[in-house]
Design a protein around this ligand. Sequence first.
Ligand SMILES: [Fe+2]
Ligand SMILES: [Fe+2]
Length: 203
Amino acid sequence: MKILAAFEEEHELIERVAGSLFRWAEENGDEADAKRFASFFAVYAGGFHRRREEDILISALVRSLEVPADRGPLRVIGEEHRRLELLVSRLAAAADRDAARVLARTLWEHIDKENTVFFPEAGERLPRAGVAELVDRSMTGAEGEVRELGERLLGQYPPLEDPETMRGAGCIACSAFTVSCRGIEAEWWNDWEWEQHGRGDAD
Ligand SMILES: [Fe+2]
Ligand SMILES: [Fe+2]
């Protein structure tokens, strides 16, 4: 599905710029660059990327497949989107280096759960419900300029990994697992899926 491939490609840039932001926070980068990072994360990662995840992908899942929006994975993703917005606002308002570190870590975990759980599940469910493709929108000129700003920040602050961040795949790597979400199988799978995946794996 083209839109899922586009989202994954956007994730590659966003997670690298998160690494740049982490270097900025750790190595006392120029305070004036906080607003540039915040602009990238508000306009490109937020307005372009996350807005389409919500308006196009999540809407289609809820509309076509009756996947619950008020609990489980979609609730977790929605809450994380709101938290990311707040962190970006804090970064923009005060060059807040603690907010920058939390923002980078939240983005990495968020991207891992979308790439390894949410998108693969959506990519199986939508075609099964007769939705072969979703209509995407193209990037505006302003969003394209901010994307270029992100590329420049990458040159200025080469991405830095956080030794305290353990990245991983699947629900097991998600901090919401067993806290506010019971995991994809318990939340989303129907009887047929349990029959296909659950029992099949156990045999
Ligand atoms: Fe997201
Ligand atoms: Fe995403």
